[in-house]
Design a protein around this ligand. Structure first.
Ligand code: GLN
Ligand code: ZN
Length: 757
C-alpha cells in the first residue's frame, strides 16, 4: 500500500479556463481559422494555466487542481486519455487537429454529439462507445500539465473525470451495448494511470464522479463500491479523492466510504449532507466539504458554513473546505465589474472571491471563528442588506400572477387554433423557416463595438441594426423561405437581451463563462422581482414585417431558459421566479399580437437543462416549467401561432412536457440525433406541428440537397406532411453568411423536392 498523502485543507474542485478576458477563446478561434500556429496557441494556454495556478496559491489554497485546463472540453479530454476517440478521426495525423475534428467535425467527418453537463449550461462532448472500442492509456496531457505545475512549485492535484461518469455519459453506437458494460476494461486503464501518477510521485488525485448524485446508473452505489475498491486496492497509487457534486449522494455515500479511497467530496450547497453523520467509515477519511457555491454567484453565509464545517469535523478524520463544484461555471472575478451598485456588489462572489471565502473558512475551521470575525461580519451585513432591499418585493407583479393563475393559463383547443392559423397564414405543406438568429456579421460586431466606445449614438446603432434586418429579410425572400425571421442582430445574447430590459436583472460587463468549446456566455444576475417597464422587441419585429409580405416570426426567450441561463436568486422557489419572468414574456406576446404579428416563437432550449438530477424531483419541476411556458403563451388569440424551439439534448425524459407546452409548432434538434425524437413525440400522443432540425448548425459542414431530402422523407414516416416543418436544428448566428446561404438554398430545394414527390 502506498503512503497516504497529507490531507489538504483548502481547495476548489476546478476553475475557469477561458481566460479572464477570454484569451483562450480568441486563440483557439484563430488557430481554427489558420491565423496562428500550434506553438502560439500552446503558449497562450500555458500562460493561462500558469496565471490561474499562481493566483490560487497566492490566495492561500494548499492543493491546486491541475488538468482542469481544456482546449475544448474535459469529457473529450477524458476520451483522449483513455483512447476512446471514434475511429473516424483516426486518419488525422496531428493529435490536436484530431481532437478538434472530434469536437467540431470537418468537411468529411461529422462531430461527436454535444449535450448539457448535468443540470448546468455547460455542454460536454458525448463520447461514442462502439463494439470495437478498446481503451488504451494516453496520459500525455495530464502528465504535461503536472510537470508544468510542478516546475512552478504548485501543490498540484491532477483532476480526471471518473470511469463511472465517463461511461454513464457516453453513447453506445453501432449496436454496442450500454457503455457501462465496459467498466472493467476502462477501470483497468485508470489503474494503469494511477500507477504512472504514483511513479511521478503524485500525492493526491481527484477523480470526478458527479454521476453518483444522479439516477443515470441503476446500480450506482454497487458500481462505485466495486470500482473504488479495485482502484483503492492497487499496490502503487496516489491518494484518491473522489469528488461528487451537483446533488446528494444517497446510498453511493456509504458505498464509497467502505472503499479504501482517502477522500470523498460532497456538495453541501446542492445537497444537505444530512446523511454524513450516519456513515461511520467517514471517520478515517478526509471529507472535502463543498460549502462555497461553485456555480452560483451569491456570497457565502460564512457563519452558517463554518457551523456546518465544525459539525462535519466531528464525524471525519479531517475536513477540507472547498467549492461545491468547479468554478468553471462562474465568472473570474468581481473586480472588473465597475457598474455594480454597492448593495448588489456586496451580495456577490465570483470565482476569485469564492477562493478567498474557501481560504477564510479553512482558517476559521483551524483557528476558530474569531480568527475570521471581520470576514464573518461582512458576510452577515451583506445578507442583511439583501433581505431588506425593496427591489426584492414587488406586490403588483405578485398579485397579477395570482390572478392569471386563478383563471387558468390555457389556450383554445389545438384543432380550432390550427384552423384559425391556416386561414390567416395560408402556408404550403412542409413550410420552411429558420430558428431565429442569422450570422453575426462583422458589421454587427463593429456597430456594437462603436456603440460601446461611444463612436456612434443609439440612433445610429439602431439604423445599422435595421440595415442588417433588411439584408436578412432580403436574403430569406431570395431563398424562398416561407416564414421569415428578423435575424436577431440587436441581441447580444438571447437571455441577456431581455435581462437588460427587465427590472430585477443585472447584466455584468465581463462575467463570461464557458458554454461549449470556445463559446462563452455572460449570464445575467436575476436578483429581484421581475417586471417589464416597456415592450422589448415590438419595434424590431414590426420593422422586419414592414419589409415583406411573408409572415415574420416574433422571437422571444421563454421563462425556463431565461432562468437556466441566468444566475438566479436563491431566496425563493425557482417556480415563483419563473412565473414572474413568464408574466413579462406574456405581456410581450400580447403587444406583438396587437402590432399585427401572426407568429411568435418562445424559445425553450433549456427546458431539459434544469431537469432535476434525481427522478423523484422531476415531476414537480416539469409541472412548474410547463406552467410557466403556458402562462407566457396563453395571452394570445387562437389565430396567433405560437412556436417553440428546443435543442441540445436527449429529450427522452422531457418528451411528455414538450407535448404539454402545447405550442402550435415545435422546432427541435434532431440533426445530430437522427430523427429519433419524432417517434418519441408520437409515443406521448403529441399531435401539434413539429420541425425536426434537418441540419446541424454546430458544424461548418454544408448539407447536400439529397441528404436533407432524405431526412425529410425519414421524418415523413413518423409525421404527416400537414404537421411537418422544415428548419435547421438551431439558430444560425455562429455560422458565416456564405455557409448559411448555401445550406438554406439546399434546405429550400429539398423541401420543394419532397413536396413535389
Ligand atoms: N432563437 C434563437 C436563435 O436562433 C434560439 C437559440 C437556441 O436555441 N439556443 O439563435
Ligand atoms: Zn437551438
Amino acid at each position: 500500500m502506498s503512503t497516504t498523502a497529507r490531507p489538504f485543507t483548502a481547495t476548489i474542485l476546478g476553475s475557469p479556463r477561458i481566460g479572464p478576458n477570454r484569451e483562450l477563446k480568441r486563440a483557439v478561434e484563430k488557430y481554427w481559422a489558420g491565423r496562428i500556429g500550434r506553438d502560439e496557441l500552446e503558449a497562450v494556454a500555458a500562460t493561462l494555466r500558469r496565471d490561474t495556478w499562481s493566483s490560487l496559491v497566492a490566495a492561500g489554497l494548499d492543493s491546486v487542481p491541475v488538468n482542469t485546463f481544456s482546449y475544448y472540453d474535459q469529457v473529450l479530454d477524458t476520451a483522449v486519455l483513455v483512447g476512446a476517440l471514434p475511429s473516424r478521426v483516426d486518419g488525422i495525423a496531428d493529435d490536436l487537429d484530431r481532437y478538434f475534428a472530434a469536437a467540431r467535425g470537418n468537411d468529411e467527418i461529422p462531430p461527436l454529439e454535444m449535450t448539457k453537463w448535468f443540470d448546468t449550461n455547460y455542454h460536454y462532448i458525448v463520447p461514442e462507445i462502439a463494439p470495437d472500442t478498446t481503451f488504451a492509456l494516453n496520459p500525455a496531457k495530464v502528465l504535461g500539465e503536472l510537470e508544468e505545475a510542478r516546475a512552478q512549485g504548485i501543490p498540484a492535484r491532477p483532476v480526471i473525470v471518473g470511469p463511472l461518469t465517463f461511461l454513464a455519459l457516453s453513447k453506445a453506437v453501432e449496436g454496442a451495448d450500454a457503455p457501462i458494460g465496459q467498466l472493467d476494461d476502462l477501470v483497468a486503464v485508470y489503474a494503469e494511470l494511477l500507477d504512472v501518477l504514483a511513479e511521478k510521485g503524485v500525492g493526491w488525485l481527484q477523480i470526478d464522479e458527479p454521476v453518483l448524485v444522479t439516477d443515470i446508473l441503476d446500480n450506482a452505489a454497487e458500481l462505485a463500491e466495486r470500482t473504488y475498491t479495485r482502484l483503492g486496492g492497487l499496490a502503487r497509487r496516489p491518494s484518491i479523492f473522489v469528488a461528487t457534486y451537483f446533488g446528494e449522494l444517497d446510498d453511493a455515500l456509504p458505498a464509497l466510504a467502505r472503499t479504501p479511497v482517502e477522500a470523498i467530496g460532497v456538495d453541501l450547497v446542492a445537497g444537505t449532507g444530512a446523511a454524513l453523520a450516519a456513515v461511520p467509515e467517514l471517520a478515517d477519511k478526509l471529507l472535502v466539504a463543498g460549502v462555497v457555491d461553485g456555480r452560483n454567484i451569491w456570497r457565502t453565509d460564512l457563519e452558517d458554513a463554518l457551523g456546518t464545517l465544525s459539525t462535519l469535523l466531528a464525524g471525519a478524520r479531517s475536513v477540507a473546505v472547498s467549492t461545491s463544484c468547479s468554478t468553471l461555471h462562474v465568472p473570474y472575478t468581481l473586480d472588473t465589474e465597475d457598474d455594480l451598485d454597492a448593495a448588489l456588489r456586496c451580495w456577490l462572489a465570483f470565482g476569485f472571491e469564492k477562493v478567498t471565502e474557501v481560504v477564510a473558512l479553512a482558517r476559521g475551521l483551524e483557528d476558530g471563528g474569531e480568527a475570521i470575525s471581520a470576514e464573518i461580519g461582512a458576510s452577515n451585513a451583506a445578507i442583511e442588506s439583501r433581505k431588506s432591499d425593496p427591489r426584492l418585493n414587488n406586490n403588483q407583479i405578485r398579485n397579477r400572477i395570482s390572478a392569471i393563475a386563478a383563471s387558468g393559463a390555457n389556450r383554445g383547443p389545438a384543432d380550432r387554433r390550427r384552423a384559425a392559423q391556416q386561414d390567416r397564414l395560408k402556408l404550403p405543406a412542409l413550410p420552411t423557416t429558420t430558428i431565429g438568429s442569422y450570422p453575426q456579421t462583422s458589421a454587427i460586431r463593429i456597430a456594437r463595438a462603436d456603440l460601446r466606445a461611444g463612436k456612434i449614438d443609439v440612433a445610429e446603432y439602431e439604423r445599422r441594426m435595421k440595415a442588417e434586418i433588411a439584408d436578412v429579410i432580403k436574403l430569406q425572400e431570395q431563398l424562398g423561405l416561407d416564414v421569415l425571421v428578423h435575424g436577431e442582430p440587436e441581441r447580444n445574447d438571447m437571455v441577456q437581451y431581455f435581462a437588460e430590459q427587465l427590472d430585477g436583472f443585472f447584466a455584468t460587463q465581463n462575467g463570461w463563462v464557458q458554454s461549449y468549446g470556445s463559446r462563452c456566455v455572460r449570464p445575467p444576475i436575476l436578483y429581484g422581482d421581475v417586471a417589464r417597464p416597456k415592450p422589448m422587441t415590438v419595434e424590431w419585429i414590426t420593422y422586419a414585417q414592414s419589409l415583406t409580405d411573408k409572415p415574420v416570426k416574433g422571437m422571444l426567450t421563454g421563462p425556463v431558459t431565461i432562468l437556466a441561463w441566468s444566475f438566479v436568486r436563491d431566496d425563493q422557489p425557482l417556480a415563483d421566479t419563473a412565473a414572474q419572468v413568464a408574466l413579462a414574456i406574456r405581456d410581450e406576446t400580447v403587444d406583438l399580437q396587437s402590432a399585427g404579428i401572426a407568429i411568435i416563437q418562445v424559445d425553450e432550449p433549456a427546458l431539459r437543462e434544469l431537469l432535476p438530477l434525481r427522478s423523484k424531483d422531476k415531476e414537480a419541476y416539469l409541472n412548474w416549467a410547463v406552467d410557466a411556458f403556458r402562462l407566457s403563451t396563453s395571452g394570445v388569440d387562437d389565430s396567433t401561432q405560437i412556436h417553440t424551439h428546443l435543442c441540445y439534448s436527449e429529450f427522452g425524459e422531457v418528451i411528455g412536457a414538450i407535448a404539454d407546452l402545447d405550442a402550435d409548432v415545435t422546432s427541435i434538434e434532431a440533426a445530430r440525433s437522427h430523427m429519433e425524437v419524432l417517434g418519441d413525440l408520437n409515443a406521448v400522443g403529441f399531435s401539434n406541428s413539429v420541425g425536426p432540425g434537418v441540419y446541424d448548425i454546430h458544424s461548418p459542414r454544408i448539407p447536400g440537397v439529397e441528404e436533407i431530402a432524405m431526412s425529410l422523407r425519414e421524418a415523413l414516416r413518423a409525421v404527416p406532411a400537414e404537421r411537418l416543418w422544415v428548419n435547421p436544428d438551431c439558430g444560425l448566428k455562429t455560422r458565416t453568411t456564405a455557409e448559411v446561404t448555401e445550406s438554406l438554398k439546399h434546405l429550400v430545394a429539398a423541401a420543394a423536392e419532397v413536396r413535389g414527390a
